[in-house]
Design a protein around this ligand. Sequence first.
Ligand SMILES: Cc1cc2nc3c(=O)[nH]c(=O)nc-3n(C[C@H](O)[C@H](O)[C@H](O)COP(=O)(O)OP(=O)(O)OC[C@H]3O[C@@H](n4cnc5c(N)ncnc54)[C@H](O)[C@@H]3O)c2cc1C
Length: 479
Amino acid sequence: MTTAQSNDAIFWSHRDNGRDQLAPLSIDKQTIDAQTGDEQADVVIVGGGFTGLWTAYHLKRLAPEKDIRVLEARRFGHGASGRNGGWVVGNLAGLERHLKGLPLAQRQALCELLSANVDEIGATLSQEGIDADFHKGGALYAAARYPAQEALQRGYLEHLLALGHRENDCLWLSADELNARARFRRPFGGIFHRQVATLHPGKLIDGLVERLAAMQVRLYQQSPATSIDDGKVTTPQGSVRAPMIVMATEGYNTLPQLRPHLVPVSSLVIATEPLSQSQWDAIGLAERSTFADASRLINYGHRSRDGRLIFGARGRYRFNARPRHQAAITQGDIQMRKALLQDLFPDLGEVHVSHGWGGTLGLSRSFRPHAIVDRRAGIATAGGYAGEGVAASHLMARTLAEMICGQDTPQTRAPWAFDGCALDQVVRRWEPEPLRWLGAQTITLSYATEEALASRERHLPLIGPALSRLNDRFAAVIE
Ligand SMILES: Cc1cc2nc3c(=O)[nH]c(=O)nc-3n(C[C@H](O)[C@H](O)[C@H](O)COP(=O)(O)OP(=O)(O)OC[C@H]3O[C@@H](n4cnc5c(N)ncnc54)[C@H](O)[C@@H]3O)c2cc1C
């Protein structure tokens, strides 16, 4: 068995043409040197993940004359964008916090915007000739292992509809209907959400970098911003001055401006070898829908274009909010996820896990994503996607670009767009350590205990419901 290696040359370590290692970027080496000397630009973007690259893309589309530079501390896609689970979700984690108090018609229009964002990503990729395995097969949110999951999923469906998602997009599937789509161990029913797609993160990074180079965006790697001050970004060998600086570092943030507001939380993923046709016949997923099993301990999977199962589960917060730079994960981490996958799909039989990798996502203290342009400070930022950032980063990047260009659009009027605000006005600060770490440990333990009781179908008359109520409270705080 091989695992993802931890050097910087690796994005997402499974690819059609290379088992254990991604090929290096295919673009001209000239465009990815480190930044040197003192430069001037119209916009400088710090962070070379989806947020930074999509922001550059949308800015260049709106204002081709703008001189735009992207500074990436390591390699493009080093952060979560190069190593995620590939779900492209037509929703936002924490959306309810943005929609609270809005009339139904407005909520529905915003949900439409989120659905349209998924299709727009697909359309842009085909228009730009970026083959990133984009596939819209919807998502299955399943009650798949124990009876208590059915109520959780029915509650989630109510939540999606109350937010303003269309009934036609979020359907309840009976046990038989679910079983026709995917052969889970114990199908009790679930939700089919039409507005979800998948893509290959590494291929999207490659494609965006190549496209941006062709659009005359200046791209720099190995160029960490060591400070951002008074319209100037300093790097180890130079600086870039610009009237607008975009901080796009999300869960890999190293900037003092963002550290109090965003914390990194890790998540780990495995990929199997391509399955045989008889294995796919046994477990279903013919439409390549994504799947998640209702549990407080999040898991997420899908069938890749090259016939692998990609499956992520469970994460944790590390003391003092340290991002996870290393991609490799342990055999124990791999085995735990493999066992959960086989528990979900017992007909899978023996399966070989060829890859595993981990990374960190960004969680904002306000538990909702944001796109902020602080015109007075000349600073913009987007993030706080809480693990649902593949589609959200595209939407927030577009929103940032439109705000920077002074446009009035449905995106710039959306409740996650904050024009003329400072970060401190929009996103609260996290509690100091060790409170943050202790809080995270308590919630993780409490969730794990509830999951253990529910999955063993243990009905403890007092403890079970009390724990569930306690976790509902935690969820209300952190969802
Ligand atoms: C294991 C895992 C699975 C996930 N699965 C999914 C999924 O299936 N679907 C989904 O929607 N979301 C998923 N996510 C979340 C999603 O990947 C992220 O929300 C999204 O990629 C964030 O993009 P970003 O560009 O904002 O940040 P990142 O991709 O993290 O990029 C930030 C970049 O900033 C750079 N940087 C940091 N500091 C500096 C500095 N000082 N100077 C210059 N550069 C700097 C970093 O090196 C990094 O490359 C997952 C995340 C993880 C970790």
